[in-house]
Write a protein of this length. Structure first.
Length: 379
């Protein structure tokens, strides 16, 4: 019985260790890795490795270096840039839907935990080289100077240059990019083959027509939103305070209009014929084509929107063209939701938090103490 008492005492001591200490140890051990609902990767000393989307590794590694320190000759062709003196990396801020990796070169790599596994590499204040080594039997194909398509076993991905720069298939069959300062390299992946809709979205990103992309998803009973920005001038804050209602506050430091692409799950917003879109309380016009959408974004008389079905189940794309800025509020509502009862308030967009399991350490200590007392009485 003395042995039982000793074991129980040891368990009490272990249970009394502060939660923060355990969390800190785990944080230290896992500081170079990220694992979200859709995306996971490791941030090694100088590369993002094993970049995986929905269980499939789409990129073996991604490295970046300022052009001044890349160890590359000034007159070398981009296709010959296969090995660079890669900058040191460190995993920085993580949120419910994204993770940031900072490079010593000044570049920033933002991984977005959405179904496309979007990775955005921002050059920052210096020109950068980026090299991406593909995984497995992947094949890369040049589309134009701003796009390279990568085909994996079950997924297809596209590298897109936004701003001044170039991306190409290099001599080793991998991908190399040359980014001017303040430019970005975007990687998006698709489950299966790219559709015509995917290609049109890529064009809007590459030519600067689309400044941001928002994913509104239903996860673990809550609505979460992930925002991907493609320039430094635009920020988007998204809320979903009830089913079938999504509100975006878009702030843009220039007057010119832009397109915000949204992908919404049916649980968050059923984008049917009853969808209505307003900008600052005024109804947006439903566009019949992409050209009408772009005309609205280029200073048209009214803001506009376009709804497109996707190949994914229970998802829709809603493109919203806002005709001018600075700060505008966009609301998307399914008019059928007017009869929805108050229980939909549980769908409010929230941030995840980490709590101690079960009833907490206090209750565990009391339970163990009771067990120890029982053991003494039996003795």
């Amino acid at each position: 019985m003395k042995r039982i008492a000793i074991v129980l005492a040891a368990m009490l001591v272990t249970a009394a260790v502060p939660v923060g200490a355990v969390t800190a140890q785990q944080s230290s051990a896992e500081s170079s890795a990220y694992a979200g609902t859709h995306v996971s990767f490791d941030a090694s000393e100088n590369a993002v490795t094993n970049y995986t989307v929905d269980g499939e590794t789409v990129l073996q590694s991604v490295s970046t270096s300022s052009q001044a320190n890349a160890g590359i000759g000034l007159d070398i062709a981009l296709s010959a840039v296969t090995d660079i003196d890669a900058s040191a990396l460190s995993l920085g801020t993580t949120t419910e839907t994204s993770a940031t990796v900072q490079a010593d070169s000044g570049a920033t790599l933002n991984a977005h935990d959405n179904p496309k596994g979007t990775l955005v590499i921002a050059a920052g204040d210096e020109s950068q080289y980026v090299t991406a080594n593909l995984s497995g039997e992947s094949k890369a194909e040049q589309v134009d100077d701003s796009r390279v398509v990568v085909e994996n076993d079950n997924r297809t991905g596209t590298f897109i240059v936004v701003g001044d720069g170039e991306v190409t298939v290099n001599e080793e069959g991998n991908v190399s990019a040359d980014l001017a300062e303040d430019s970005r390299l975007v990687f998006r992946s698709y489950d299966g083959e790219r559709t015509a809709e995917d290609e049109r979205s890529e064009e809007l990103i590459a030519n600067g027509s689309a400044a941001a992309e928002v994913y509104v998803m239903q996860e673990n009973g809550s609505t979460v939103a992930d925002t991907v920005t493609y320039d430094e001038q635009t920020t988007v804050e998204t809320t979903s305070d009830a089913k079938d209602n999504v509100t975006m506050t878009i702030d843009r430091s220039v007057h010119e209009g832009t397109i915000v692409m949204t992908t919404v799950s049916e649980e968050a917003l059923a984008a049917t014929d009853n969808l209505s879109v307003t900008v600052d309380g005024e109804a947006a016009v439903e566009a019949e084509s992409y050209s009408e959408l772009q005309s609205a974004a280029n200073g048209g008389d009214n803001s506009a929107y376009l709804v497109q079905e996707t190949s994914a189940d229970a998802e829709s794309n809603v493109y919203v063209a806002v005709n001018h800025f600075s700060e505008r509020e966009v609301s998307m509502t399914n008019d059928d939701s007017s009869t929805t009862d108050s229980t939909t308030a549980d769908d409010e967009t929230t941030s995840s938090s980490t709590n101690a399991p079960g009833f907490g350490i206090g209750v565990s200590v009391v339970a163990l103490a009771g067990a120890a007392l029982f053991a003494r009485r039996r003795a």
